[in-house]
Design a binder for this molecule. Structure first.
Ligand code: SAM
Length: 267
């Protein structure tokens, strides 16, 4: 169908061609026949096709008009298949909630993977799990533990909402055209309920952002735009944290208790 499709760099198009890797991804998802599957960026249908064989209830969201036209031609007759030609970044995923939580999947366009993950987190309460392919370096950041170099805002925000399980690495040769970097498939399972909930999630997100904006700063300095130093120190004492420590030393639970103290909550 799309033999002549010229991969578009601006859409982050690297198509999976390695059947072994495709099988590994589908096996990891292990769709049940009555799942509510959502695929972001189906491209030429490398994963879509085997998924549809196992689960007819699949909604595919593809931005590229030409690819969407080919997909409609190829899978349009399949019962339960829905194609949405739209920007996944602006898509309202709640509109796909049928009472069955969404199972999201996709070999994501790497140029928008971080904003896309943040967009998906808005719907964490409607999502059962997400199996996504990303640059390996991004997966390393998602899964990083406090104290490591890769630990940052992305790690804290993702680990606040989801259990993060890196599954396997995928080499550049598995794609056409081959990307310059290693890729990795990760499973993200939103917690329901959250193990440590922030009283004010917007404040939590703001705090995490401020603390990592200049990660070499001490917490006391990083938090200055949010609070007078006196109050910061009082918060630190109450949460048994050293105001001279840096953001990368704090666990997700530390950030939650700190933001709950700031919110005047229970901590
Ligand atoms: N799933 C296919 C595969 O594995 O071969 C294609 C993966 S390719 C890395 C990313 C796909 O996402 C492309 O088909 C691209 O057109 C699509 N895409 C890019 N930006 C998008 C966006 N904002 N919303 C939806 N799809 C997008």
């Amino acid at each position: 169908m799309t033999q002549h499709h010229q991969a578009r760099k601006r859409f982050g198009q690297n198509f999976l061609v390695d059947t072994h890797i495709i099988r590994k991804i589908v096996n990891a998802i292990a769709p049940a026949a009555d799942d509510n599957l959502v695929e972001i960026g189906p491209g030429q249908g490398a994963i879509t096709s085997p998924l549809l064989q196992l689960c007819p209830g699949l909604t595919a969201i593809e931005l590229d008009r030409d690819l969407a036209a080919s997909l409609a031609e190829k899978f349009g007759d399949e019962q339960g298949f829905t194609l949405i030609q739209q920007d996944a970044l602006a898509f309202d995923f709640a509109s796909l909630y049928t009472g069955r939580p969404l199972r999201v999947t996709g070999n994501l366009p790497y140029n928008i993977s971080t904003p896309l993950l943040f967009h998906l987190l808005n719907y964490h309460h409607l999502i059962a799990d997400m199996h996504v392919m990303l640059q390996k370096e991004v997966v390393d950041r998602l899964a990083a533990a406090p104290g490591s170099k890769a630990y940052g805002r992305l790690s804290v925000m993702l680990q606040y909402y989801c259990q993060v399980e890196p599954l396997f690495t995928v080499p550049p040769e598995a794609f056409r055209p081959a990307p310059k970097v290693q890729s990795s498939v990760v499973k993200l399972t939103p917690y329901n309920p959250l193990p440590a909930a922030a009283v004010d999630e917007a404040l939590f997100a703001q705090l995490v952002k401020a603390c990592f904006q200049q990660r070499r700063k001490t917490l006391r300095n990083a938090m200055k735009p949010l609070l007078p130093t006196k109050e910061i120190d009082a918060c630190m004492v109450e949460s048994s944290l050293d105001p001279r420590s840096r953001a990368e030393q704090l666990s997700v639970a530390d950030f939650v208790s700190l933001s709950n103290l700031l919110a005047g909550g229970s901590g």
